[in-house]
Write a protein that binds this ligand. Structure first.
Ligand code: IMP
Length: 189
């Protein structure tokens, strides 16, 4: 059985990936190794830089993932700063920034990028995104982060009002993971 490491401190992300990757006959391990998240405009650059940093200190095949919420009215903010912004102003702070903004102008997109690196091979990126709107108030108790304020297009409730399975069928990370799984399944054929 092949081995693959998911370099992340987030247990939830790891379990989600393990459920999809291990049926391929690949054993997935969680590795809690920090890497710098540089200040750039796109998740792709953050992930690419993370890979370049990690490949020098970790000589095995690994994956990393980075995600963020990009709000159109705020010119893409919080974007690559989503984690920092969540821990400082949180969902309530975002709602305040959109105060008096009607539903038609509350469009946003959640993006996720998985990076895959095998020693001696070119790195690969897999992207997923889901368009939606920022709700007027926080709704729902499930999930984490911005889940209580994000309503996917074609849905009538926030991510936090959905079960995990329901959220994963829509989610940016679910879509990126599906692409990664497609790539890995062809590799081990
Ligand atoms: P990370 O750095 O990839 O873990 O994610 C950056 C931030 O984006 C997290 O701290 C969350 O606040 C937010 N985020 C990423 N994915 C999700 C999601 O699926 N739901 C809600 N918030 C998310």
């Amino acid at each position: 059985m092949k081995k693959l490491y998911f370099i992340t401190s987030n247990r939830g992300k790891f379990i989600e990936a393990k459920q999809k990757i291990e049926p391929l006959g690949i054993k997935l391990f969680q590795k809690n190794l920090g890497y710098p998240e540089i200040q750039v405009d796109t998740l792709e650059e953050v992930v690419q830089y993370g890979i370049q940093y990690l490949e020098k200190i970790f000589p095995h095949s690994f994956i990393i993932e980075d995600a963020g919420l990009f709000i159109n009215k705020l010119n893409g903010f919080p974007g690559v700063y989503s984690s920092y912004v969540y821990h400082t102003i949180g969902c309530q702070g975002i709602l305040k920034l959109l105060d008096k903004t009607g539903m038609g102008r509350r469009t946003a997109v959640f993006r996720s990028v998985y990076g895959y690196k095998e020693p001696g091979k070119k790195s690969m990126l897999f992207k997923g995104e889901i368009y939606g709107k920022i709700s007027i108030s926080e709704k729902g108790k499930n999930g984490f982060g911005y889940d209580p304020i994000f309503i996917p297009d074609k849905a009538t409730k926030t991510f936090a009002q959905m079960t995990l399975d329901e959220k994963n069928t829509w989610s940016h990370r679910g879509k990126a993971l599906e692409k990664l799984v497609g790539f890995l399944s062809k590799k081990i054929d």
